[in-house]
Write a protein that binds this ligand. Structure first.
Ligand SMILES: Cc1ncc(COP(=O)(O)O)c(C=O)c1O
Length: 403
């Protein structure tokens, strides 16, 4: 037997796994996008209006950001070369971290190649065997994966159920350290966590309890200055670890953790996803810095206002066609049930030149497959009307009416 035959046979189980995924409507396929132009994307030579990007402020294609990245590539090249602890940290890494710390009103910040790695690096460094992590049932996959990998015990409370959190903390008497982690904006439902209530419950239980907020979807979007959910709630303290990402409203790539100087120094020494991986490219830092400048200025404010106007407009329209809902963020979930329903809805919209993929398990719990709408400041009312027109078909199908 040749080596190739041997390895092929050992992968035979993949055919069965893939067949099952296809049978239950859970097989995923990548859509190739040939071009991006504002909220439009080109797929198969045709232009589609996209409602599935986390580029909430339309910064991913902003000329100032593209120029900042180009200049950084000209000056520093593309790759960082190695881990920052090995090849040296770039001036742009340092500059970005001090800007993030200023933006988030913390002493310091540490940048990771992605938000996923920021969660992984922080959680696994802060807690381990003998400790406890408590998180929301709808926490992002990166929080769950990090929690499992950390070796700490993991308890999950009902979605946004602060009373359940309180009960769990009362029972957790034998732990050296307890880490409460919550998403700020929940990534598939788009609702927001009751952070002030979480903080006041946690504060009753002493200094062994730490609070971490993943503000991936809040950063740039919430608060007058776009500083995220802590600004939105007017919270000045109480959250020990603020995680965020440069990949959503900031339109780029890279994750970060912001907090005290000791926290950041400790993470530099203990976060495996910071230490054992190549640093984020300097040009991504330059793009992140320019995005922060934009978010902080009049243009950022104006883009945020447009985004929130879009949220209110779509909320009104969705309610008018019978999808009763309150919109809390630019992420809007139209829950349809079984995977096939979401796939059919997505296909119908695709036929109308609207790109809105079906979100299915394991991303969401069984029976809650959905269309997940992401709005951006680049959408106009005409764009939203086109979406609402397309969704009327989905609504009629949901009610069992003939189309
Ligand atoms: C709540 C939340 N946290 C973390 C991440 C990971 O961020 P990134 O895409 O920058 O890795 C995501 C991304 O989808 C997210 O939704």
């Amino acid at each position: 037997m040749t080596v190739e035959q041997g390895s092929q046979a050992s992968l035979d189980f993949l055919q069965d796994e893939l067949r099952v995924l296809k049978e239950v409507g859970l097989h995923r396929r990548l859509v190739v996008v040939e071009a991006f132009r504002g909220p439009y994307v080109t797929v198969g030579g045709e232009e589609y209006l996209s409602f599935c990007s986390n580029n909430y402020l339309g910064l991913a294609g902003h000329p100032r950001i593209k120029e900042a990245a180009r200049e950084a590539i000209a000056m520093y090249g593309w790759g960082a070369g190695a881990s920052r602890l090995v090849s040296g940290t770039g001036v742009l890494h340092e500059r970005l971290e001090s800007e993030i710390a200023r933006f988030k009103s913390t002493e310091a910040a540490l940048v990771f190649p992605t938000g996923y790695m920021a969660n992984l690096g922080a959680i696994c460094a802060l807690v381990g065997r003998g400790d406890l992590i408590i998180c929301d049932r709808f926490s992002h996959a990166s929080i769950i994966d990090a929690s499992r990998q950390s070796g700490a015990d993991l308890r999950v409370f009902g979605h946004n159920d602060v009373k359940a959190l309180d009960r769990m903390l009362r029972r957790a008497t034998n732990y050296k350290k307890i880490l409460i982690v919550t998403d700020g904006v929940f990534s598939v439902d788009g609702d927001i966590a009751p952070i002030p209530e979480i903080v006041s419950v946690a504060q009753k239980f002493g200094p062994q309890v730490m609070i971490m907020v993943d503000d991936a979807h809040g950063t740039g979007v919430f608060g007058r200055g776009g500083r995220g959910l802590l600004e939105h709630f007017g919270l000045k303290g109480g959250v020990d670890i603020q995680m965020g990402t440069l990949s959503k409203a900031l339109g780029g790539i890279g994750g970060f953790v912001a907090g005290t100087r000791e926290l950041v120094d400790y993470l530099k020494n203990r976060s495996r996803s910071f230490i054992f991986t190549t640093a984020i490219p300097p040009a991504a830092c330059a793009a992140g810095l320019e995005a922060l400048r934009l978010i902080d200025g009049d243009e950022g404010l104006e883009r945020r206002e447009r985004l929130w106007r879009n949220c209110r407009y779509l909320e009104k329209g969705l309610n008018a066609i019978g999808f009763g809902m309150t919109v809390q963020s630019p992420i809007i979930a139209v829950v349809l049930g079984e995977p096939q329903r979401a796939l059919d809805a997505s296909k119908t919209l695709f036929g109308k030149k609207l790109l809105l993929p079906a979100i299915r398990p394991p991303t969401v719990p069984r029976g809650t497959s959905r269309l997940r709408i992401s709005l951006t400041s680049d959408h106009s009312e005409e764009h939203l009307d086109l979406l609402l027109e397309g969704l009327k078909v989905t609504r009629r199908r949901q009610k069992g009416e003939a189309i």
